[in-house]
Design a protein around this ligand. Structure first.
Ligand code: HGY
Ligand code: MN
Ligand code: MN
Length: 420
């Protein structure tokens, strides 16, 4: 394969081989080997991935630290003292039985950009920082985007400490179990960040269908996560007549069954999903007295998200007189976010100069970039997802596309850090 002539003639094949090794290694840190990636925050699998990422940061000549949330930073000091950094990275936690690329593709891209800086002996004026963020998925402690929200000061200390996983283990207990220090600073002054760049897999079918290797993200949909708790009355499955039941699971199922129609009627690409449902006491011959389920709402326009939230509340209230009580908790509410226009055009410009076809697109998935967008100049690149699949073991992306995205980020980072 010829070396693509650019500002720096990067050997893409060498980068691609290193990327494959990073992705393959990280994918072994899973609680469900053979059934996708399950890497929950502050788990043993997190610890193994964390140790690997930190070791690779050190190999790339970076100074490594972790903050009070467990986010990992690898810094290449700049020549301009105490100046703001250009951050490149993504998250390294996963959904249950997820894929190998959602998150790690972006962390690995950051590692590779730093490795190229070192390889070409580049000294940035503004520091370059590779970042690996925790709990973007919210799979262990709920909500999501925890690493970036914590950095941005959107997660109060007492709320952070109150978070528990499904076994009642708190964030602090889980952190200390893998040797992290929850007392380190969490909030990062936005003045210390010049820009945030993130490579992510598209997690949808558009780039593959268009046969375009690079997507330049212009906006990210608004994202809301609700948690509904349905309280009914436990009872014997055999002796309780049907007309004397307050069945918490039937009530939940009745609500959930209405969500597809509710999303359709809202239109504008609005989507509503229940991905998590817990039934108590979860016995086959016991009428459930409590269910807890998630409602994930997304739309490109905020008013549609607001409408759906109202409709869910109305639905919940409609069960009141049947001995069922439903409470709605809002775990996360993030408005649709625009990426920084200068960064968008910089990424487009570098893609075309490198000869990589690209197209503009919006993201239907949520990302840490949504949080950084309010705090610094933020941009995202997408690469194609095979068959548009993600959040499942079949998730796959071409390491060649990751390498091309690395080259774009490398050129963009040289410009943003004013490296020489
Ligand atoms: O849910 C999302 O959109 C992202 O994968 N956390
Ligand atoms: Mn992700
Ligand atoms: Mn994800």
């Amino acid at each position: 394969m010829s070396e693509v002539q650019t500002g720096k003639n990067v050997n893409l094949e060498k980068v691609q081989a290193r990327i494959e090794n990073h992705i393959d290694t990280l994918s072994t840190f899973t609680a469900t080997p053979g059934r996708g990636t399950t890497r929950l925050t502050y788990s043993q699998e997190d610890l193994l991935a964390r140790q690997y990422i930190k070791a690779e940061m050190k190999k790339a000549g970076l100074t490594v630290r972790e903050d009070g949330l467990g986010n990992i930073f690898g810094k290449l000091e700049g020549s301009l003292k105490d100046s703001p950094s250009v951050l490149i990275g993504s998250h390294f936690d996963s959904v249950p039985n997820g894929g190998s690329y959602d998150g790690p593709a972006g962390v690995v891209a950051g590692l590779e950009v730093a490795a190229l800086f070192t390889e070409y002996g580049l000294t940035p004026k503004y520091p370059l920082e590779v970042i690996a963020l925790i709990e973007e998925e919210g799979s262990r402690f709920g909500g999501g985007l925890m690493g970036s929200r914590g950095m941005a000061g959107l997660l109060a200390e007492e709320d952070f400490r109150a978070l528990k996983d499904k076994d009642g283990i708190t964030t602090v207990e889980a952190m200390e179990k893998i040797g992290l220090d929850p007392f380190l600073p969490k909030v990062r002054d936005p003045q210390t960040i010049k820009a945030y760049l993130e490579l992510h897999i598209e997690q949808g079918p558009i780039l593959e269908e268009k046969n375009i290797p690079i997507g330049v993200v212009e906006a990210i949909v608004g994202l809301t996560q609700l948690e509904l708790t349905v309280k009914g009355k436990a009872g014997h499955a055999g002796t309780t007549p049907m007309d004397r039941r307050s069945d918490a699971l039937v009530a939940a199922a009745g609500m959930i069954a209405q969500f597809p129609e509710l999303a359709e009627s809202e239109g504008a690409g609005t989507v509503v999903t229940t991905g998590r449902l817990q039934v108590y006491p979860n016995g086959a011959n016991v009428i459930p007295d409590q269910t807890v389920f998630s409602v994930d709402i997304r739309s490109g326009r905020e008013e549609h998200v607001q409408n759906v939230i109202q409709k869910v509340h109305k639905l919940a209230d409609s069960y009141f007189d049947s001995g069922i009580e439903i409470t709605v908790e809002q775990l996360l509410y993030i408005q649709p976010k625009e990426m920084n226009k200068e960064i968008v055009s910089l990424l487009k410009d570098k893609s075309s100069k490198l000869g990589f076809p690209s197209c503009s697109m919006n993201s239907g998935a949520g990302h840490d970039a949504m949080i950084f967008a309010d705090y610094t100049s933020t941009g995202m690149l997408f690469i194609p997802s095979k068959n548009g699949l993600s959040h499942c073991p079949e998730e796959w992306s071409d390491s060649r596309h990751i390498a091309e995205a690395v080259q774009i980020l490398f050129e963009a980072a040289i410009e943003l850090t004013e490296a020489e």
